[in-house]
Design a protein around this ligand. Structure first.
Ligand code: CP
Length: 317
């Protein structure tokens, strides 16, 4: 595997799941595969889970790991070509990327959407520059439009907890004080569609996602109706995608918070969220602390999804 930015890069999902479960049974089985190989993790944005789980995954495979926080200690990077660089950014990404490439064998990149220019974000300008100019295999640690390591971990988690072959999975928008990218819901939708679950998306009007990600999902504007009979509730906030509202917060309606009254409408659904989560905005304390909340096993599976992807990349070097 040379690149991992979306669900298509992983290949057959059943095979990907079997590989993940094999790693989970013995995560140290390939602990010399990465000997004398270096992973560079480049962060343009903050992280807890991605940083820890991906580093742990690489260490399980025997790799060396370099972590670069671009906005803390490195030169500030200009990302747009054609800019007269007379401002605060002394280095251009177009030099920095190939330089990073000479010090490592594989690169992971985290670069969120700026939420100002939809075309720039949806062209995945930053991670595509890494793919083009680094000379190395590149994987996404959350890019502008997708978070595939998270979605892969979400899929592993659902497969572990489901009790029917084709569970009802509901992605629900929930309120948040700040504008967040669409990467997690886009990506989750992409993977749920690929898994062919009974998949429903619920959100207030105005929060429609890009149709390429919605795919064959059913969109239901009545959250309570969407929750009926659900086996999994996946909560997430996102900002508006459509037209002039791109990147805007249109609603902070607390009636969309996931609480125990709404969870009672489900088929004893498991509660999921990628974390970090704003309690009592996205989800009530009692729901996230309940025995149906699987946010911690979900986070634990981030190590497994990262290891599966890095292992595939090491095998292709
Ligand atoms: N879910 C997730 O990606 O968490 P971090 O932002 O902490 O890495």
């Amino acid at each position: 595997m040379r690149y991992f930015t979306n669900v298509n890069d992983i290949g057959d999902l059943n095979v990907a799941l079997q590989e993940a479960f094999e790693i989970k049974r013995d995560r140290y089985r390939f602990d010399t595969l990465g000997k004398n190989k270096t992973l560079m993790m480049v962060f343009f944005n903050s992280s807890l889970r991605t940083r820890l789980s991906t580093q742990k995954a690489a260490m399980n495979l025997g790799m060396n790991v370099i972590v670069l926080d671009v906005n803390q200690g490195a030169w500030k990077l200009e990302t747009e070509r054609g800019v007269i660089m007379d401002g605060e950014k002394p280095e251009h990404l177009l030099e920095a990327i190939p330089v990073m490439g000479v010090y490592c064998d594989i690169i992971g990149v985290r670069s969120f959407a700026g939420l100002e220019d939809r075309e720039y974000d949806y062209n995945e300008t930053v991670i595509n520059q890494f793919i083009k100019y680094s000379g190395r295999p590149v994987f996404s640690m959350e890019a502008a439009t997708r978070h595939p390591l998270q979605s892969y971990a979400d899929l592993i988690t659902i497969e572990e907890y489901k009790t029917t072959e084709r569970p009802k999975v509901v992605l629900t928008w929930a309120p948040h004080p700040k504008a967040l990218p669409q990467a997690v819901p886009n990506s989750f939708a992409e993977w749920m569609n690929a898994a062919d679950y009974d998949f429903v998306i619920t959100h207030p009007e105005g929060y429609e996602l890009d149709p390429q990600f919605v795919g064959k999902a059913r969109v239901e504007y009545d959250q309570r109706k969407a929750f009926e009979g659900a086996d999994f509730i996946y909560a997430k906030n996102w900002s508006a995608y459509s037209g002039d509202n791109y990147g805007k917060v249109l609603s902070k309606d607390m009636d969309w918070t996931v609480d125990s009254e709404k969870m009672a409408l489900t088929n004893q659904a498991y509660f999921m969220h990628c974390l970090p989560v704003r309690r009592n905005m996205i989800v009530s304390d009692d729901v996230i602390e309940s025995d149906r909340s699987i946010v911690i096993p979900e986070a634990a599976n981030r190590e497994i999804s990262a290891q599966a992807v890095i292992k595939k990349m090491l095998l292709s070097l």
